[in-house]
Design a protein around this ligand. Sequence first.
Ligand code: WQD
Length: 339
Amino acid sequence: MAILITGGCGYIGSHTCIELCKAGYEVVALDNFHNAKPKVIERISALSGKPLTFYTCDIRDARGLSAIFEAHTVEAVIHFAGWKAVGESTVLPLEYYENNVSGTVTLLKVMRKFGCKRIVFSSSATVYGEENPSPLTEDMPVGKVANPYARTKLFNEHVIEDVCAADPDFCGMLLRYFNPIGAHESGTIGEDPNGIPNNLMPYIAQVAVGKLPYLQVFGNDYPTHDGTGIRDYIHVVDLARGHVAAVAYALSHTGAQVVNLGTGVGYSVLDVVTAFERVNQIPIPYKIVPRREGDVTIYLADPTKAKELLGWQAEHSLEDMCRDTWRWQQRNPNGYDDE
Ligand code: WQD
């Protein structure tokens, strides 16, 4: 019996493959390499100690997906595959709906054809929108989401909830991530953004390694202890372990469950910069610039439900996240691209 990971060569997908192998599951991964590199396959195989069962496949390809379900008895799917750039989604909304929503519908139809009734979905805290107060709890109404990317996450949550309503034997775990950062302690897999990073930690890492001259701090006039934005940063390995816990739950339960995967602890931009400098003994030059459109002051999880329902909680510290990020970046200054 296998667990199928869509987007298995991506940042969170690759870390989840490793944690599933460690937990004793048979793992089958697919990716179309839109947002990932083939080199990740060999890195996962080396870390897990056995060759990764992998298929190059697009989730919109029903025939390709069916071939995988014919070759393996898939007991659950962890669904990461999707486009994820907030800004890009405002420019290419049709491609985001086609890839993220239509692709998910295709995947669910193939799952139905083969009697696979368990899905763990990669959702996002952005579905809470800007009006819900932190710490955010799963019973809050979803917010006025700010972009097509976030809307695809919300739509997919509703699609999976409707499948659960139509099939009482189906289980859908809708995991709302906060801010995943860090890397596996080996330094061999990590975040490898295309082009200039949009997100804070990969940007800091590229400043540290000399690829970028300085960090732009988007505003220091927020009502926080140091004026910069506060977020709930979670180590990617903790996030991956949350997926292992969600699969275990899904294999013995039915129905739809929304679950936050965050720490409940907030750090500001300058807290992260200071921690990175202290842990790695590297100066991170920065300049304060105007706020970024769409940013909010604070975004924090209430992680209670994950603890009570899944028996999971984050264990890594901000120092771990900074140390592991740097080890990955230092050893892979060009990510998975050849030197
Ligand atoms: C964090 C903080 C910025 C970059 C994003 C996506 C969201 C989700 C997680 C997928 C903020 C500040 C950042 C920089 C900065 N992804 N910052 N300079 O915006 O909380 O969430 O990633 O689901 O969809 O929106 O993360 O890392 O971009 O920003 O000052 O160069 O760092 O203002 O306060 P964010 P982020």
